[in-house]
Design a protein around this ligand. Structure first.
Ligand code: GLN
Length: 186
């Protein structure tokens, strides 16, 4: 099964390494038509507004279609792209997950931080970098991990979104969860 990592900008290479360490075949996606050749996709962190610019109208349309059909994991900026509503400032979202997400929600003072959250009841280290915060969640969205009172890793159907950077710690569980979704043929 071939997994794509959107490689327009941001820290896509850390995701590639992680997925390869877990035994996946990875394809770096630089052109929209390459989406035809993969079974699942990771949208990495970076700058969500830059992703929108680089994708352009055609790329966005293709990506929107992809995320409805195939498993996708968005982390940080990738999570922002997957949301239905984006705030601070408003920008378009692909609507794969029924949530509102607030960009740069922790202000400049907490530009980045490492915090401990809970994934399926067990502690997990989370790296937040100019992180967004989930401001609203639709009733059918499943919360997979939390940090304090905040949902930070969620899933709706084939789409998963984490507001932190699981590719930057040595904990493989978030990517494993995504690979489970892929192998379930969901
Ligand atoms: N602040 C970025 C945005 O709003 C996300 C940061 C990240 O991906 N680490 O898109």
């Amino acid at each position: 099964m071939r997994i794509g990592v959107l490689a327009l900008q941001g820290d896509f290479d850390a995701h590639r390494k992680r997925l390869e360490e877990l035994g996946s075949t990875v394809m770096l996606i630089k052109k929209p038509e390459q989406l035809n050749n993969i079974e699942g996709l990771v949208i990495p962190g970076g700058e969500s507004s830059t992703f929108l610019k680089l994708l352009g109208e055609e790329g966005l349309a293709k990506l929107k279609e992809f995320v409805q059909l195939k498993p996708t994991l968005g982390t940080c900026a990738g999570a922002i792209l997957l949301a239905k509503e984006v705030e601070n400032p408003k920008q378009m979202g692909l609507g794969a997950i029924d949530m509102a997400i607030r960009r740069n929600a922790f202000g400049r003072q907490i530009d980045s931080s490492i915090r401990q959250g809970l994934f399926q009841g067990s502690p997990i280290e989370m790296v937040f970098i100019r992180a967004p915060q989930i401001a609203r969640l639709g009733p059918t969205v499943e919360v997979l991990a939390t940090e304090g009172d905040d949902p930070v890793f969620v899933r709706q159907g084939k789409a998963m979104a984490a507001t932190f950077h699981p590719e930057l710690t040595r904990d493989f569980r978030i990517h494993q969860e995504f690979l489970k979704l892929l192998s379930n043929g969901n």
